[in-house]
Design a protein around this ligand. Structure first.
Ligand SMILES: Nc1ncnc2c1ncn2[C@@H]1O[C@H](COP(=O)(O)OP(=O)(O)OP(=O)(O)O)[C@@H](O)[C@H]1O
Length: 236
């Protein structure tokens, strides 16, 4: 059984339809990358999974349970944690305090301060620094660490690389295999194809709110994914 299953999901903002009959699954322990251009519906998809946005049609099932009516804060307790685009760390709190806030309503599990510092060694040196005095990369690592402190079964990452220098992005991405090794299932949304394909087991490409391609990473070329990403003929 898949940990997360979406079937025939539509999502709207008023009159505008952002997702069209979308099917998606994430199996326990795997890392799925969802890629797509600006406006493809990636953030909308994550909001629908996290419970921030209610789908207008279709089913969202987590661990076999229909979660359509479960509000976002209750989904965290079920084991779904979202790291939203833009990071949003608490600027007046230290790194460690930010992490502890994330663990306030933790599920039982492996993630604690020591495990987060092991995954992101750069944070341990910065543990007493406030959010306002962190670099963009340190803020991103703190935001991911804070989500992990809740011991999610499914970690949703929205545009980790946005606004960060490539070398910093690599640092953050280096932690992803360690996160997966601890048994946390990861769904990462990315515009950066190279990073996404380097860490994921499977890739799903969205184009204007629909799936343009879905495949194990090993079975597609970067060119095929890029063609689907831009809606070019070769994708089909
Ligand atoms: N709050 C909103 N109100 C109205 N329309 C929205 C809202 N958020 C997103 N949209 C629209 O929904 C569609 C999908 O947007 P979404 O943010 O999910 O795409 P995305 O793939 O995450 O793109 P980006 O990388 O730019 O964030 C776009 O047409 C966008 O303009």
């Amino acid at each position: 059984m898949s940990l997360l299953e979406l079937e025939g999901v539509d999502a709207h903002y008023g009159e505008l339809q952002a997702l069209w009959q979308l099917d998606l699954r994430v199996d326990e322990g795997e890392t799925l990358a969802v890629v797509g251009a600006n406006g493809a519906g990636k953030s909308t998809l994550l909001k629908t999974i996290a419970g921030v946005l209610r789908p207008t049609a279709g089913a969202v099932r987590f661990a076999g349970r229909d979660v359509a009516g479960v509000p976002d804060h209750k989904r965290v307790r079920l084991g779904i944690s979202l790291v939203p685009e833009g990071r949003r760390v608490f600027r007046s709190l230290t790194v460690e305090e930010n992490l502890l806030v994330g663990g306030y309503r933790r599920r039982p599990g492996e993630w604690d301060l020591a495990a987060v510092y092991e995954a992101f060694p750069l944070l341990e040196d910065r543990r007493s620094r406030t959010g306002a005095h962190l670099s963009g990369g340190e803020q991103q690592a703190t935001a991911i660490g804070r989500a992990l402190m809740a011991n999610p079964r499914l970690l949703l990452l929205d545009e980790v690389s946005l606004g960060l220098a490539p070398v910093v992005v690599q640092d953050i991405y280096r932690a992803l295999p360690r996160i997966a090794e601890r048994g946390t299932t990861v769904l990462v949304v990315e515009q950066d194809l190279g990073q996404a394909l380097a860490v994921a087991d499977r890739v799903q490409c969205l184009l204007e709110g629909r799936t343009a391609l879905e495949a194990p990473v090993g079975s597609v070329t970067r060119e095929q994914v890029a063609a689907a990403y831009f809606g070019l003929e070769e994708a089909s």
